[in-house]
Design a protein around this ligand. Structure first.
Ligand code: PAF
Length: 286
């Protein structure tokens, strides 16, 4: 397994693979890797086969953090990440430096990619500049790594939708796979941010998954419900946890991401909840 920190070197290698007709499976990450990421790596390997190449990028992308988010506190562990990637048969880790991705000297950096439809609402409302940072860095990474297929986690459902739309709109020659959320035994979706939680916060964090399960049970009987009243009920239930505060609970169509007029079986639910100081998200189809 190789670790590449230089954009030009990565691009040169990717062009060589492309010329040789080798398939490249790509897993973009911000590091601090866990079993959720490992399952994305397995999907990539499955898709490109044993003769293909699996590349994992590790880059804590500054442009997707708001000035108020603590970018410097984002967890990092390159030695641990390297061990996990090696154990999962990854061929190349691409871990570029901030300056090679966003040069501050010379001409600097002044071009952004922005999706204006599915990026609205939910995460887009709560974190206004977030998706612009995501699409910009993912577009850059696609141009550097030249993947045949890229794998994203379903936990970040809106992110996957935004990336699919960017790829369709801008004709990126890459297939996007969205891989199922990997969960802890109590249902909490795996996330690098879970490491911020205290033991008490960690217990309270299962409230997100419980809220989704409760909504599923509510619509299972075939009833169609008013979205605001169901969201309020679930919010109250989640906020019985002393350190949990709901940011949003949304019900929408999984393809268009347009809000659902009535909540019934098949509608998609997403929520964001601050537990202690950590903002957690989850989603599923009801
Ligand atoms: O999901 C993530 O970890 C990031 O948003 C991504 C896609 C790697 C872009 O920085």
């Amino acid at each position: 397994m190789r670790i590449i920190r230089n954009v030009v070197q990565m691009h040169t290698l990717a062009r060589r693979w492309q010329k040789a007709g080798r398939k490249v499976g790509f897993v973009p990450t911000m590091g601090y890797l866990h079993e959720g990421h490992a399952s994305l790596m397995s999907q990539a390997r499955k898709r490109v086969g044993t003769h293909g190449i699996v590349v994992v990028s590790i880059f804590v992308n500054p442009t997707q953090f708001a000035p108020t988010d603590d970018l410097t506190k984002y967890p990092r562990d390159l030695p641990g990440d390297t061990r996990l990637c090696r154990s999962r048969g990854v061929n190349v880790i691409f871990a570029p430096t901030d300056d090679s991705m966003y040069p501050k000297t010379g001409a600097g950096f002044s071009t952004f990619v922005e999706e204006l439809q599915v990026s609205q609402g939910m995460e887009g409302s709560s974190r206004p500049t977030h998706f612009r940072g995501v699409t910009t860095v993912v577009a850059k990474l696609f141009n550097i790594v030249l993947p045949t297929v890229a794998v994203f986690g379903a936990k970040d459902f809106q992110q996957a939708a935004v990336i699919k739309k960017m790829v369709a709109d801008l004709n990126f020659p890459v297939e996007i796979l969205v891989s199922e959320t990997v969960r802890e035994p109590d249902g909490l979706a795996m996330s690098s941010r879970n490491s911020y939680l205290s033991p008490s916060g960690r217990r309270q964090a299962s409230a997100l998954h419980e809220a989704i399960e409760s909504a599923k049970a509510t619509v299972a009987g075939g009833k169609a419900l008013n979205p605001e009243s169901l969201a309020n009920k679930l919010k109250q239930r989640i906020e019985t946890q002393p350190d949990a505060q709901v940011d949003y609970i949304a019900f929408f169509d999984a393809n268009t991401l347009r809000p659902a007029k009535r909540v019934k079986k098949g509608v998609h639910m997403a929520l964001a909840v601050r537990v202690e100081k950590t903002r957690l998200i989850d989603n599923d189809q009801l």
